[in-house]
Design a protein around this ligand. Structure first.
Ligand code: CU
Length: 341
């Protein structure tokens, strides 16, 4: 039972009803509000938000991820604004007025609106698919672990002796174990370190593996994240873009001290890196650590390594997690050891 809207409703609906026939052009109204709101959102995302997005721009992989998030946010913003704007507009303009108990007008399809809806949504999805696929493949797999035979390798020269004056790919083996990461450098005699140093502006190839359970190597500011599985050689790439520190965290719940499984890395100049790596190699050579360590291998059998560890434990200077392979620092050392008996 419709009541007279001119009496009960002094709002937007009444003028149309009073004038007898014409609805306002809702589509045009919505479009004129949607365009400036979308433009404003895009400008804010691109110029205000984008430069501060994680994970920063410390490597090609990191800046690639930052760019991807910004582009996808710019793609999504007009869609989100369109949905919210329509909802607010509908609540304000088309809500039932007090006392109005009539039904809305019966609406059957609208071919033009439906066709545009299908075309626009398909284009947005296809764009996201194409952009996402391309960005995943470059640069060098975008910092994610690609398994033992990567299909998207980073460009760099594979050498047995790394040199700072070329495009040599630095090989870094990341070994996860409860509950510490250690790093081996096969191009420097297989030396091993609990600190990760990397050369600036040189391609790096991580070989990520584990000695016990599943861990995940996450070098946050480098935009690198790769699972560390026992008996698996998981390869990930990055190319640092400026010097400075970065965090390494375990990103897979791996036991009671998972939260304490982190350390720090440093990007330095290529020559400084070479000096550092050679000095560790020389020290470990002198201490007998290099000969005591198991030979460099892409994976290590956890059932064999613990037995090797009993001999290594006698050699001073090896630090690491509290596993068998890398005996932890003993009580009274600066690092402490929360899990030793
Ligand atoms: Cu872990």
């Amino acid at each position: 039972m419709a009541q007279n809207p001119a009496v009960n409703d002094p709002g937007a609906g009444s003028s149309a009803a009073a004038s007898g026939d014409r609805e306002p052009r809702h589509g045009l109204r919505l479009l004129l509000m949607w365009i400036p709101l979308s433009v404003a959102a895009i400008l804010i995302i691109w110029f205000v938000w984008y430069p501060h997005l994680p994970p920063g721009r410390m490597s090609d992989a990191a800046s690639g991820q930052q760019f991807d998030i910004a582009v996808l946010a710019v793609t999504a913003a007009p869609v989100v604004i369109g949905v919210l704007l329509y909802m607010v507009y509908a609540i304000v303009v088309w809500r039932a007025r007090p006392g109005d108990e009539s039904d809305g007008p019966p609406i059957h399809g609208h071919t033009k609106v439906q066709a545009w809806w299908i075309i626009i949504t398909s284009l947005v999805v296809l764009w996201a698919f194409a952009f996402g696929t391309y960005q995943l493949a470059q640069p060098g797999g975008a910092g994610g672990g690609q398994g033992p035979s990567p299909i998207w390798p980073l460009h760099g020269a594979q050498t047995t002796a790394w040199s700072p004056r070329s495009n040599d790919m630095l090989q870094v083996q990341v070994i996860g174990q409860q509950w510490q990461f250690t790093y081996r450098f096969p191009q420097f005699g297989g030396m091993e370190s609990t600190v990760l140093e990397l050369p600036n502006n040189m391609p790096v190839e991580f070989h990520v593996t584990s000695l016990d359970v599943i861990h995940s190597f996450w070098a946050y500011q480098l935009g690198v994240k790769a699972d560390a599985n026992p008996l698996v050689d998981n390869i990930a790439y990055t190319k640092p873009k400026h010097t400075g520190g970065f965090w390494v965290r375990c990103n897979e719940l791996c036991g009671i001290w998972h939260a304490a499984m982190f350390n720090y890395g440093q990007v330095v100049t290529p020559t400084a890196f070479q000096t550092w790596a050679r000095s560790i190699q020389a020290r470990e050579q002198a201490q007998g650590i290099l000969t005591a360590l198991p030979p460099y291998s892409l994976t290590y059998d956890p059932t064999v390594i613990p037995n090797l560890g009993r001999d290594i434990v006698k050699i001073a200077g090896i630090t690491g997690a509290n596993g068998y392979y890398y005996p932890g620092p003993q009580a009274g050392t600066p690092h402490g050891d929360p899990v030793s008996p």
